[in-house]
Design a protein around this ligand. Structure first.
Ligand code: 4F9
Length: 232
């Protein structure tokens, strides 16, 4: 899979993709990340990518020209683009289901803007989708783009090793995680639940399922409601 990231601060992404699972996915050739600086497509001597809003008001707006030129240029490179996505607070709320859908694609383009937002003609006339990672305002779309890359990368076939078995996932999906423990069995007088030391794998599995359900019910009942919708 190839992910193109159009943005104004490519340096922000440097560290984010050089560790752990994303790094491994790139090394294995399962993922290719291409950063494009929108500023490279500015046409004036100040390399402007934003301008004051028509109608007045505070803040700056991302201009059409550099974004259209950048998109059209990268679309000419490599294979066809399956999806162009703007990261904005107005977008579809990002969730695991969306991540799964994106992980099926061969090539996606994520556009991370800055300033007050994009000129409306970008969302109207580029074939884009919009994704929000949550109801809060950030300084720009860079961190949301990193969130999407991380969630999607984990779902590309072959990226995660055998340690994440599909059997385990089938019940934990859409539930919160059960409690985890590691050595020592006693720390400052606090012990690990007896069952986990029992070696009885069937009972351990049952206990974990119960814990995951209890925790989800208590903290995120909305997740159980969602699940019911799917089953109905
Ligand atoms: C984008 C917030 C996606 C949440 C982009 C300011 C944003 C955002 N999800 N906030 N620019």
């Amino acid at each position: 899979m190839r992910i193109d990231l159009l943005n104004l601060f490519p340096e922000m992404f440097a560290g984010a993709f050089e560790h752990s699972i994303i790094k491994r996915a790139c090394q294995k050739g399962l993922l290719q990340i291409a950063l494009t600086d929108i500023r490279d497509y500015a046409t004036d001597k100040h390399r402007s990518v934003d301008d004051r809003p028509y109608g007045g008001g505070s803040g700056m707006v991302m201009m059409c020209g550099p974004v259209f030129d950048a998109i059209e240029d990268i679309a000419r490179q490599d294979g066809p683009v399956d999806e162009v996505i703007l990261l904005t607070p107005q977008g579809r709320p990002f969730d695991q289901q969306t991540a799964k859908e994106l992980a099926q694609k061969q090539r996606i383009v994520l556009i991370a803007g800055h300033y007050e937002g994009f000129d409306e003609r970008i969302r109207e006339h580029l074939p884009t989708k919009e994704i929000s990672i949550g109801d809060y305002v950030l300084s720009g779309g860079e961190i949301p783009a990193m969130v999407v890359v991380d969630a999607v990368t984990r779902l590309i076939p072959g990226v995660l090793g055998d340690e994440y078995s599909s059997v385990e996932e089938s019940f934990s999906e859409s539930l919160l995680e059960y409690p985890h423990y590691t050595r020592p069995a006693e720390f400052r007088g606090w012990t690990v639940p007896e069952i986990l030391l029992s070696g009885n794998h069937q009972e351990i599995k049952k206990w974990r399922q119960e814990q995951a359900h209890k925790r989800t019910h208590r903290r995120r009942p909305d997740l159980l409601e969602d699940k019911k919708d799917v089953e109905d």
